[in-house]
Design a protein around this ligand. Structure first.
Ligand SMILES: Nc1nc2c(ncn2[C@@H]2O[C@H](COP(=O)(O)OP(=O)(O)OP(=O)(O)O)[C@@H](O)[C@H]2O)c(=O)[nH]1
Ligand SMILES: [Mg+2]
Length: 207
């Protein structure tokens, strides 16, 4: 459901939860595409033409037609439910912009790590980043047309992910597919938050 600005303004602000989510992953996995596909507002992009400096540095295999790259971040918004509005921040994928990740991840409730199975090694750094900071993340496999298909369990094993980390197969160009990824992440984030509350000393279960 999409609200016009005036409708949002008229709603009880307490009933709307704004959630910051990062869309992260290696170079050229489809982060900008994903944010643009799902955003209900015109997405903000910071694309620059890939220069000759990229040659030999960035692995363009599989995305040879790619001519631009994100140099700061992508921004989009999606009203997932009337009570839950996601603010999506797509990270830059090139290693030389890693310093921006700390700034972008501040205040984020969770992340999507988008991967391309043809270049799975590029995802290790993003997985490590969120694991080490205890930011909950879901893995989304962007199933490029030319890429071989792998099962969720094969991807889990290849990336050495624990049994709890949700993994979804997706197509970053399709809205329903991206929505499914975001719902998967939010279910995980909420379940994890509830578990943490239950573990707090003095928590009374069963009301
Ligand atoms: N076939 C296919 N192509 C895709 C898909 N997602 C993105 N692409 C294409 O793959 C290329 C990479 O997409 P981007 O969205 O720019 O990737 P990115 O992760 O934002 O790239 P950086 O910001 O440079 O790291 C583009 O040419 C897209 O058109 C997909 O799901 N399937
Ligand atoms: Mg991008």
């Amino acid at each position: 459901m999409v609200f016009a600005h005036s409708e949002l303004r008229d709603r009880d602000p307490v009933s709307i939860t704004a959630v910051k989510i990062l869309i992260a992953g290696g170079f050229g996995v489809g982060k900008t595409t994903l944010v643009s596909t799902i955003s209900e507002v015109v997405p903000l992009r910071t694309e620059e033409v890939i220069s000759e400096l990229s040659i030999g540095v960035d692995d363009l295999s599989g995305v040879e037609s790619k001519t631009t790259t994100t140099v700061a971040f992508d921004f989009g918004r999606i009203t997932l439910t009337p009570q839950c509005v996601l603010y999506l921040f797509g990270t830059p994928g090139q290693d030389r912009f890693w310093f921006l990740w700390d700034e972008l991840s501040r205040g984020s409730l969770g992340a999507v790590v988008l991967v391309d199975t043809r270049r799975l090694g590029d995802s290790f750094a993003a997985v490590d980043y969120f694991e080490s900071r205890r930011i909950p993340f879901a893995l989304a496999v962007n199933c490029f047309d030319a890429a071989a298909r792998y099962s969720v369990e094969e991807v889990r094993a290849a990336l050495d992910l624990g049994p709890d980390t949700p993994i979804a197969l997706c197509d970053a160009r399709h809205r329903e597919s991206v929505k499914n990824v975001l719902l998967t992440l939010m279910e995980y984030v909420l379940a994890r938050a509830n578990r943490l509350v239950e573990m707090r000393p003095g928590h009374l279960s069963g009301g």
